[in-house]
Design a binder for this molecule. Structure first.
Ligand code: PLP
Length: 366
């Protein structure tokens, strides 16, 4: 039997090969490659998709977070509440603006930020909460937004893994003050290179990000603030425009695979993460917990089934964050998750037969 890849990016692009080619031809013929019509149209189309008033394209997801924090005026001396378990980019963005990431433990059943733990992490320096919609499932926004409102904090959402996900029936993009997106190739809406964006209902914040992404300049050679070069380029915007109309169908296929996994694994000794009934996940990843995760991963690999670990080492135990002095044991729920999680194959080109093969192998090995 042929190997089952974790995510078949080549097959995903093949689904859209004709429209990707014509997008490329359009940009090739335009003679205009940075901040033009394609970016303008993509921004309008993605804002409409998310139900947000504004979208600003930037170079990647990390920059989207950094520019959002800068737009919120968060900097040295400030603290930002972040999930203990997330991809390290969430923390790096806070560090890059000179602020300090303060970790909050997740709910063990969903792996998303536990709103009840925010209060204990609050100090007079806290300026913002940065929930991550991890693995495609929205964080529990209602209590997070209520907490932020009660304490005068801003809310920046890291939506890099959750394109199209809904909370309380509304798509992500403008629940908090501002949301940051990544279009890294492996995300649910992926470019053929790097890309990112912010969405918001606040025209003032969008304007600040627009200024910051382009050297702090509105008018060429007039620089109002110390800005960056962080622009979504025309080519990636055109390719994303070709893929956006298919995002819901692709997320639908992911949901079908997830349903199959959930049904098929109900009797197996593995614990899939739970999805709260307040939201709809877009299944960026399908993550299970298992006490002998590494052994299970090798058994599956021996049967030609690729898995991945998101993520093997939490940010606070990375050498990059040794200066925060958070030793092993400091975040026990986060650390237990990192030792037990395993991501199964998931993607919009998977078939139910592929899912059944994974389910069968897990019943044999777990
Ligand atoms: C991918 C990702 C990012 C960073 O996006 P890049 O485009 O790779 O810079 C940030 N946060 C989370 C949760 C991500 O998954």
């Amino acid at each position: 039997m042929s190997d089952l890849p974790f995510l078949d990016l080549k097959a995903i692009q093949q689904l859209h090969a004709d429209s990707l080619r014509s997008a490329f031809e359009r940009v090739l013929a335009s003679g205009w490659y940075i901040l033009g019509e394609e970016v303008r149209h993509f921004e309008a189309e993605y804002a409409a998709y998310c139900g947000a008033r504004e979208c600003v394209g930037v170079a990647n997801g990390l920059d989207a977070l950094v520019l959002a924090l800068r737009a919120l005026d968060i900097g040295p001396g400030d603290e930002v509440l972040v999930p203990g378990n997330t991809y390290i980019a969430t923390w790096l963005a806070v560090s890059h603006v000179g602020a300090t990431p303060v970790p909050v433990e997740p709910l063990p059943n969903t792996a998303n930020l536990d709103p009840e733990r925010l209060a204990a992490a609050l100090t007079p320096r806290t300026r913002a909460v940065l929930p991550v919609h991890l693995y495609g499932q929205p964080a529990d926004l209602e209590p997070i937004l209520a907490f932020a409102a009660a304490h005068g904090l801003k809310v920046l959402e890291d939506a890099a893994q959750a394109h199209g996900a809904t909370y309380g029936g509304r798509r992500l993009g403008a629940h908090g003050d501002i949301a940051a997106w990544s279009f890294y190739p492996g995300k649910n809406l992926g470019a053929l290179g790097d890309g990112g964006a912010i969405t918001t209902n606040d025209a003032g914040l969008a304007d600040r990000v627009r200024l910051l992404r382009n050297y702090g300049s509105r008018r060429k050679y007039h620089n109002e603030v110390v800005g960056y070069n962080s622009r979504l380029d025309e080519l990636q915007a055109a390719l994303l425009r070709a893929k956006l109309p298919h995002l819901d169908a692709e997320n639908g296929r992911r949901a079908l695979i997830a349903r199959r996994y959930l049904d098929g694994l109900s009797g197996a000794p593995v614990q899939p993460l739970e999805v709260s009934d307040r939201c709809a996940s877009v299944w960026h990843l399908f993550v299970i917990r298992h006490p002998q995760r590494d052994a299970l991963a090798s058994e599956l690999a021996a049967r030609g089934i690729a898995t991945m670990i998101h993520y093997p080492v939490p940010p606070h135990l990375q050498p990059a964050y040794a200066h925060l002095n958070l030793p092993a044991g400091a975040l026990p729920i986060t650390e237990a998750l990192h030792q037990q999680v395993l991501s199964l194959p998931m993607g919009p080109t998977m078939t139910l037969e592929d899912a059944d093969r994974v389910i069968g192998a897990i019943h044999e090995c777990a």
